[in-house]
Each structure stands twice: as C-alpha cells, then as structure tokens.
Design a protein around this ligand. Sequence first.
Ligand SMILES: [Zn+2]
Length: 106
Amino acid sequence: MDEKPRLIAIDPADCRCTECIIGEYVPLREATDEQIALMLRGELRDHTSTPLRVSAQWGLYGSKLDEQHLVSVRVIAELWDGTDLTWDITHHLDVVPGQVVGPPRD
Ligand SMILES: [Zn+2]
C-alpha cells in the first residue's frame, strides 16, 4: 500500500470527491482543529465555499487592557442548511499569523 497522500485542501462540508476519498482533500465536516488553523494561515487551500466566523475571547487580569490574555479562539462555519460547525483553534495559534497575545504564563 502507498502512503496516504499529503493533505492540500479543505473541501465543502459533505464532499465525497475522489480527492476527499484518497485523502488529498478533507471535507470541512471532518476537518480537525489543526487543519482549520492551517487553512487560515494559507497552508491548506480553502475549497469550502462556506462563510467562516472567527471568535476570540480575551480575559482581563487586573482590569487593564494591557493585561489581557487570549482565552480561546473558535472558528464557526455557517453551512448552507443553517447548521454550524465549530472548531477550537486556541492551541493551534502558533500556525495563525498576526498579532496574538499568548495565554497567561504561570
Ligand atoms: Zn472533495
């Protein structure tokens, strides 16, 4: 048996195309938190045709904006049938670009 091919794209939620079956693409519904984070960074192609929302939650420590810490980041896909899919990419932020404040250090 050949090794599984490298994942290169995330396809629409319930896609069953040849690439999804052999593992070059993954249907959005089966995508992992890490794969969603990689797509947001541009390392996986976005074939989802689905609007995504990113929701970040920060906690304040000491009630100052400069003491805020990122608590969680969720990605929500709004599917054509009105249902949502949600991923928690909080622990995959090292693969998301931009200004992100890290979790509190103990
Ligand atoms: Zn597919």
